[in-house]
Design a protein around this ligand. Sequence first.
Ligand code: GLN
Length: 539
Amino acid sequence: MLKTKYIFVTGGVTSSLGKGIIAASLAKLLQGKGYSVTIQKLDPYLNVDPGTLNPYEHGECYVTDDGAETDLDLGHYERFLDTPTSQANNVTTGRIYQSVINKERKGEYLGKTVQIIPHITDEIKQRIQLLGKTGKFDIVITEIGGTVGDIESLPYVEAVRQLLWEMGHENAIVIHLTLLPYLQTSGELKTKPTQHSVKSLMQSGVTPDVLVCRTQYHVNDEIRNKLALFCNVQKEAIIESIDAETIYDVPGLMLEEGLDEVVLKKLKLPHYTKSNLDKWNQFLTKYKNPKNEITVGLIGKYVELHDAYKSIVESTIHAGAENEVKVNIKWIHSEDLEVENVPNILKELDGVIVAPGFGSRGIEGKVKAVQYARENKIPFFGICLGMQMAVIEYARNVLGYKDANSTEMDSSTSHPVIDLMESQKEITNKGGTMRLGAWECVLKPNSLVSKIYEKKSIKERHRHRYEFNNKYLHELEKAGMRATGFNPETELVEIIEVPEHPWFVGVQYHPEYKSTVLNPHPLFVDFIKASLEYSLTNK
Ligand code: GLN
């Protein structure tokens, strides 16, 4: 095992340049050379974690096996690397301050004045080194959220400056991601914003070792020379990151630019072999050469912001490639289904996904979508709230309990088919208190899911407060719905199916968090397969 080396990824010029994808692509290349790599995200906001954030703020909240509610970039890390992340992979300013203030209250600072430097920066440094200290990783890549020069990023850049100094340049380097804007009028790429952004980084005492430049057009030699000269970066360490057709092209593009080679050289690590991207490229070939095309409806209430359903969309991409089918997503606002003609909106679909969510807005539209998919035998996949809606729809329209509901939406319903667990009733704090992380689920033999998973027991990740109410299990099963997955300890229902329907599955957990490029999730793969069959036989 090597001594762990550290790579810091900072961003300049604008936000949303895709630091997460660059970090994940570099990690993929290093992994392809035989190194064990993990990626960490430091988020400069004051929430302790993104669990309490509305998805409109930063997109989906991603959940790890150990139950951490994290930034969606961790989803990219897992999808690219195919290795699980944990709470240690995502740290926010809120968490840093919470921990420093807790220590202060315990008297651990022995009467000292507690300050940003050294106490906050020490806490950041300790969090950065935590993953290295597990002994599991040769390389830790730390992505610093936000943009250099932001007030809230300052303590992070300062912590990086200190670590670079303490660790020495062979053990820690900085990659700075910037934008080269293209000016239509003069027909050229401009380097000035990058120069300014590097200056701002240097004012904080940090010189970048590598510049990754996002650009619409190829970066020619002249621009590379200019960037090298003005930014104190070697020419070979100026890496072009041209706009890609898909994020999954980025590792290949970085390989062509030699990002992995430059990084290894700077870290004085052996180069071993050329990065092996064979399996990755097999996925890309299938993804880019589909034999068929289908349209799947994604019914949710945050559909204006596609990032709110990032992992679901990526899972359909993995599953589509596996089936060699192009999956078009039709984004459907569940509130539209409440006021408009449901068949008009849903009739062209080959499959229906009812998405996770919280609160009552738009849920009647979700119930209508379930009903339409069930009655018209269109493949249906309900995820978390989507599964709960399927149970409510069945109770209302098959059992005849017209006011059946979840107590999350209607606390006075006479048929609470979805309800709070006893252990949840006393909880008042919202942050980190749901049923979170990986839980075991035992599959019923002869069920659709046991055939799909080819397993007796699975572990999937959860993020919800409400549960299937077992008081209604017998009645619902008698009426044709089947519970096919149970938590072995609590007997909570985790999966429901309607066996007389060709493909109707609702899961209380989030399978989308575990789908990766090299291991597409079996439920998504089978759902897309069923949707393809539906499309081929019904159209
Ligand atoms: N709002 C539901 C609950 O808390 C479902 C949550 C979800 O879809 N993630 O149980």
